[in-house]
Design a protein around this ligand. Structure first.
Ligand SMILES: [Zn+2]
Length: 77
């Protein structure tokens, strides 16, 4: 095995390792609220990732609780 082959194998190992907390885009989404709408269940939030442009719909049942995702992240570059 040459030094070049060793380096290439190391790169392949690094690129195939993934984290469950990040998308396949390799970053954690940074959600910003585009709009919010009151419903009987709470606030429905339409959020967008400022990093990749993905969209998601959240439901915020109480103002002092973190919003829960109603949908999976959709889209993005
Ligand atoms: Zn994102």
């Amino acid at each position: 095995m040459t030094t070049t082959e060793t380096a290439l194998r190391a790169d392949a190992d690094a690129s195939t390792s993934t984290s469950t907390s990040t998308s396949n885009l390799g970053h954690e989404h940074s959600w910003t609220t585009d709009s919010r709408h009151p419903t009987s269940a709470g606030w429905v939030l339409y959020v967008r990732c400022t990093g990749c442009g993905a969209h998601r719909v959240d439901l915020e049942t109480r103002t002092d609780a973190p919003p829960a995702a109603l949908s999976r992240a959709v889209g993005g570059a």
